[in-house]
Design a protein around this ligand. Structure first.
Ligand code: HEC
Length: 107
């Protein structure tokens, strides 16, 4: 789980770098594949979830959904140039990181 966490942080960094470079499609792809709903299989969510209390799982689900939502917004930003909307959508992802870290520890 912790290596998955480190990849989440790296992914957020890469997303911000892509946004800064106006590479919105890349920002969308990273978000969807590494944090979004498409990442669930690759990071073994179904193996980890049973070890988490239900409210913790729910925060994780909200994070995956927020990342997929961000990916859609980032693609729209590629068309309409509305960067502030994309940044706002990204904060909905990091809010879930913060919420879970504030409430849970691995040990
Ligand atoms: C569903 C809960 C949950 C969510 C959501 C979550 N984390 Fe974590 N994360 C944890 C827990 C639990 C730990 C272990 C903390 C501890 O035991 O001190 C952790 C640890 C980490 C660590 C430290 C890894 C290490 O090597 O020690 C990083 C970095 C991290 N998370 C990044 C993120 C980022 C970035 C996000 C959002 C994109 C995120 N996490 C979302 C639960 C979560």
């Amino acid at each position: 789980m912790l290596s998955n966490m480190r990849d989440h942080l790296l992914a957020v960094t890469e997303i911000q770098r892509a946004l800064g470079a106006a590479d919105y499609q890349r920002a969308a792809d990273i978000a969807e594949q590494r944090i979004g709903l498409s990442s669930l299989e690759s990071h073994g969510a179904s193996h980890m979830a049973p070890f988490m209390p239900k409210p913790m799982q729910d925060i994780g689900t909200r994070m995956h959904k927020a990342a997929s939502q961000f990916a859609l917004v980032a693609q729209e930003t590629g068309a309409d140039g509305n960067l502030s909307r994309a940044v706002g959508a990204l904060s909905k992802v990091t809010e879930q990181c913060v919420a879970c870290h504030a409430a849970y520890r691995a040990h």
